[in-house]
Design a protein. Structure first.
Length: 230
C-alpha cells in the first residue's frame, strides 16, 4: 500500500496517523477491486459482441448477460465503497494538513472519528476548496515536475467542479424519481453520494471517482512535505 512513513512521536498524533493509514488501505483495496470489475465488464462487453451464429439456441448470450449483470452490480458496490473511504480520507487528510500548516493543536479522538465517516457532498466540496497548493511548500528547483503548484491547484479545482456536478446530478435523479428530497442545491450538498446512486441509473461517481482516489492518495505525502518543509 502506498502510504508515507510518519514519525508517530512527531507532529501528528498516533490517532491521526492510524486513521489516515487505515482509510488509505481501505480505499486502495476497494480501488483495486473496482479496477478489476471494470476490466471484467469490458471483457464481457467485447465477448457479447461475438454473437454466435444464428441458431435456435442462445446459451452463450444468456451466459454473458447473466455474468454481466453480476459484474455490473459488483462494480457499483466496490465503486461506492471506494468513494466512501476515499472521500473520508481526503477530508481527514486536508483537515490534518491544514492544522499542521497553521500550527494548530492536534485533532481530538472524537474529531478524528467523525472525520472518518463518509462526508456529505458539500463537506467534500469544502475540503476541496482548501488552498492545498498554497499550504504545501514548493518543491526544490531541481524538481522534475514543472509548475507543480499550478498543476496542484488546477487538479483540485477540477475535482471540486466534479463534485459540484455530482450535486447537480443528485438533484436531477431526485426529480426523475419524483423523490421528496433533495430539491435544492443546499439539500444536495447535505447528501451522501452512496445513498443517492440508484442501481438502475448511470453512476453519480462516474468521472469523479478516479481523480478523487488520486488526490486522497496524495494528501498524506503532502502532509509530510508540510512537516519537513519541502
Amino acid at each position: 500500500m502506498r502510504f508515507p512513513q510518519f514519525d508517530e512521536r512527531g507532529t501528528l498524533t498516533t490517532t491521526e496517523v492510524e486513521a489516515l493509514r487505515s482509510l488509505n488501505a481501505a480505499f486502495l483495496a476497494a480501488r483495486y477491486e473496482w479496477q478489476t470489475a471494470c476490466t471484467m465488464w469490458d471483457r464481457l462487453r467485447n465477448a457479447g459482441e461475438l454473437r454466435s451464429a444464428s441458431t435456435a439456441f442462445s446459451f452463450f448470450e444468456d451466459a454473458v448477460d447473466e455474468i454481466a449483470n453480476g459484474v455490473s452490480a459488483y462494480e457499483r458496490r466496490v465503486a461506492l465503497t471506494a468513494w466512501r473511504y476515499a472521500a473520508a480520507a481526503l477530508v481527514l487528510g486536508v483537515t490534518v494538513l491544514q492544522r499542521v500548516a497553521e500550527a494548530k493543536p492536534p485533532l481530538t479522538a472524537a474529531a478524528v472519528d467523525e472525520l472518518c465517516q463518509e462526508p456529505t457532498l458539500g463537506r467534500l466540496h469544502e475540503a476541496l476548496s482548501v488552498p492545498v497548493a498554497d499550504l504545501v511548500p514548493e518543491r526544490a528547483h531541481h524538481s522534475s515536475i514543472p509548475n507543480d503548484r499550478e498543476d496542484t491547484a488546477r487538479r483540485w479545482a477540477k475535482m471540486r467542479d466534479g463534485v459540484d456536478d455530482a450535486m447537480d446530478l443528485v438533484l436531477e435523479l431526485a426529480a426523475d424519481e419524483d423523490a421528496a428530497h433533495p430539491r435544492t442545491k443546499d439539500e444536495a450538498a447535505g447528501c451522501l453520494l452512496t445513498q443517492h446512486c440508484p442501481p438502475h441509473t448511470d453512476p453519480v461517481y462516474e468521472g469523479v471517482l478516479e481523480p478523487l482516489l488520486r488526490l486522497a492518495e496524495e494528501v498524506p505525502f503532502d502532509i509530510t512535505r508540510v512537516i519537513t518543509k519541502g
